[in-house]
Write a protein that binds this ligand. Structure first.
Ligand code: GLN
Length: 260
């Protein structure tokens, strides 16, 4: 049976200040190159999720400025139940920066505006006077790393599949709840808050991080991991056909070389 993957792009019109749409392009192409049917549906303010929720295998939520987050945060409350049910049923979520912050318990901006999150991630974010900008290199959470090595078809080739490289640009500092696992630990850059060396968060198949860039085109191992986890939801165990990721890994390594 032909594999298919249904993606929900949350607030694609409002939460794409930092070019995170490139992640949708990477997921789409990596599926098309493997003859996997892929659909991308944009859901924004005022759209209903309920009827469609069962169809979505992967949710993507990009970054945005404080101003957009206030508007999106109010609407997200109306989608909270469906999104949390989807994650509990095994759907995948990739959220970047502003999207990641709105999936937490709350985001308090520097001006003191408290934007209620949906509490998918037991964490909170506080606006700060530090603008955390620059290349961000992390060492992956070891459990995730072994999962990626098992799934990523070209893992036998000596690529740095233990890390993720991206670009961060945020003033919000995120602090994880005591049981919430980080996506990884910071090698270079600020990460969640520039203090505790954590970056991002993992809850079931939901991933949050500060890695713009966009992230997936130059981290093919993580892109394939997300694709497999999302496919497994309706298709059971799947094995991906290897792709020639030489250019992706060149991009990965050249971004790392740019770190001072
Ligand atoms: N506005 C949030 C902050 O500055 C998120 C920024 C972003 O999405 N890059 O922390």
């Amino acid at each position: 049976m032909k594999l298919s993957l249904n993606i929900c792009h949350l607030y694609s019109d409002l939460m794409d200040t930092y070019g995170d749409k490139g992640n949708i392009t990477a997921l789409t192409k990596r599926c098309q190159w493997r003859d996997i049917d892929i659909s991308v549906t944009s859901i924004s303010v005022g759209d209903k999720l309920s009827a469609l929720t069962l169809d979505f295998d992967l949710y993507f939520f990009g970054g945005g400025q404080d101003r957009q987050q206030i508007l999106v945060g109010q609407d997200l409350q109306k989608k909270s139940k469906e999104i949390k049910e989807a994650i509990e049923s095994g759907a995948v979520m990739l959220s970047i920066c502003g999207g990641y912050q709105l999936l937490q318990n709350y985001f308090k901006t520097l001006e003191g505006v408290e934007i209620k999150g949906i509490g998918l991630f037991d964490a909170h974010t506080k606006g700060s006077t530090t603008r955390m900008i620059g290349n961000l290199l992390i060492n992956l959470n070891h459990q995730l790393k072994s999962g990626i090595d098992y799934i990523y078809p070209a893992s036998h080739i000596p690529h740095p599949t233990s890390n993720l490289i991206g670009f961060e640009n945020h003033s919000g500092k995120t602090y994880l709840g005591k049981d919430l696992k980080p996506l990884g630990t910071v090698i270079k850059g600020f990460g969640n808050n520039g203090e505790d060396k954590t970056e991002g968060a993992i809850y079931k198949n939901a991933f949050g991080c500060y890695l713009h860039g966009s992230l997936l085109p130059k981290n093919p191992h993580f892109a394939d991991y997300l694709i497999v986890k999302a496919l497994e939801r309706r298709h059971g165990m799947v094995k991906l056909k290897p792709l020639d990721d030489a250019i992706e890994w060149q991009a990965h390594e050249s971004a790392i070389k740019r770190i001072p």
